[in-house]
Write a new protein. Structure first.
Length: 277
């Protein structure tokens, strides 16, 4: 049986040529677009040549500049430079700054012009110290939100109130919740102001969420603890302060100095318990 191979029809041939032409056109357009974008990305007028740092005092500005310079080095996909003002890795820069410098509370990175990158930072302000125990050294800085974020300078021991105890972690880490720390620190400040003759030496929150507010005796707190105020962490701070104020007007406290007492316990509502030394 004989076999005859028919030639390609003109219609099919024209359709195949159109497909080839279309594919060639698409490839050409893609090459032009990609090539043009690479050329534009590498243009000198879009390259970051200056990094301006503002707001840094504890963290050296040149250290921030060096980290940013490191982040914008290199390319994406071996073609697009990270130093391009339109392509620089903004989120990665912020993430790296927070990781490397826990002292930073906020970071804003934005372009000032086609050549200049502005890095505006806000540093955490210490309000207290955290220590593993009352005698431990070194201690760490606590900010207004109760975040433990950096080692404390050795000379800062007497400059801040000292919070003691609790599980620690890699810096930065949260000592109590923000709400708990705000309420506790405000109450501690109010009590300390009320009894300005005594010096607060430490504030400890134990495993039962009971707070031990320890005062030194007189102006020289190194003479040892003179008085401990006990209260529950989650009790209403306004009521705690009210009960403390009322206790000071009662007979035992009007005839004795605060340093004469071992403790005053405010954990049982309107029933106050105290012990003289």
């Amino acid at each position: 049986m004989a076999r005859v191979v028919l030639g390609e029809s003109r219609f099919k041939a024209r359709r195949r040529k159109r497909r080839i032409l279309l594919a060639s056109s698409v490839c050409t357009v893609l090459l032009v677009v990609v090539g043009g974008s690479i050329f534009l990305a590498r243009a000198a007028f879009l390259r970051i040549t200056m990094i301006v740092v503002s707001g840094a005092s504890v963290v050296p500005p040149d250290a921030i500049q060096a980290l940013v310079q490191q982040d914008i080095a290199g390319t994406y996909l071996f073609a697009y430079p990270k130093a391009n003002i339109l392509l620089y890795p903004k989120n990665n820069i912020k993430r790296q700054l927070f990781t490397q410098f826990p002292t930073l509370k906020d970071v804003d990175v934005h372009a000032i012009n086609f050549h200049t990158l502005d890095v505006a930072v806000v540093e955490r302000q210490p309000v207290a110290l955290w220590c593993a125990d009352a005698s431990s050294s070194p201690c760490f800085l606590l900010d207004t939100d109760g975040l433990v974020y950096a080692p404390a300078p050795s000379y800062s021991g007497d400059a801040y109130k000292k919070y003691v105890g609790g599980a620690s972690g890699a810096l930065p880490w949260q000592y109590l919740t923000q709400e708990e720390f705000h309420a506790l620190s405000a109450l501690v400040d109010a009590v300390a102001k009320k009894e300005s003759a005594e010096t607060v030496t430490s504030i400890t929150v134990d495993a039962n969420n009971d707070v031990h507010l320890v005062f030194g005796s007189g102006p020289d707190a190194s003479m040892g603890p003179g008085f401990t105020l006990l209260f529950a962490l989650h009790d209403d701070t306004g009521k705690i302060f009210e009960r403390f104020t009322l206790a000071l007007t009662s007979t035992p406290f009007t005839v004795h100095q605060l340093a004469d007492f071992e403790y005053l316990d405010l954990r049982f509502g309107d029933k106050l318990y105290y012990k003289l030394k």
